[in-house]
Design a protein around this ligand. Structure first.
Ligand code: ZN
Length: 93
C-alpha cells in the first residue's frame, strides 16, 4: 500500500464525541482514524471514499486518553499508564 502523505496529529481535527481524528482528503472526503486505533499502535488513516491513506505522526503519550469500559485487554498496561500520568505531571515547568 502507498502512503499519500505523512501528517502530524496536531494538524488533524479531533472529534471529541466520536473519538476520531480526521484530515481532508484531496478527493473531497476525509481521512479518518479512531483514537482507539492510535492507542493500538495503528498509524494509518484511511479515506472511505478512495484508496488514499496517510501516515499519522504522533506520540502515544500525547494522545487523549480513551474512555474506560471500552477495551478489555489493557490489564497490564494500566499500571504503565498511571506511571506515565505521574511522569507527565511532574515534568511540568
Ligand atoms: Zn479520498
Amino acid at each position: 500500500m502507498s502512503i499519500y502523505e505523512e501528517v502530524e496529529i496536531e494538524d488533524m481535527f479531533f472529534d471529541e464525541e466520536q473519538l476520531v481524528y480526521t484530515y481532508p482528503c484531496p478527493c473531497g472526503d476525509k481521512f479518518r482514524i479512531t483514537l482507539e486505533e492510535l492507542h493500538d499502535g495503528e498509524d494509518i488513516a484511511k479515506c472511505p471514499s478512495c484508496t488514499l491513506r496517510i501516515m499519522v505522526i504522533y506520540e502515544e503519550a500525547d494522545l487523549p486518553e480513551l474512555p474506560e469500559d471500552d477495551d478489555e485487554d489493557v490489564e497490564e498496561e494500566e499500571t504503565n499508564e498511571i506511571t506515565q500520568q505521574l511522569q507527565s505531571v511532574s515534568v511540568k515547568g
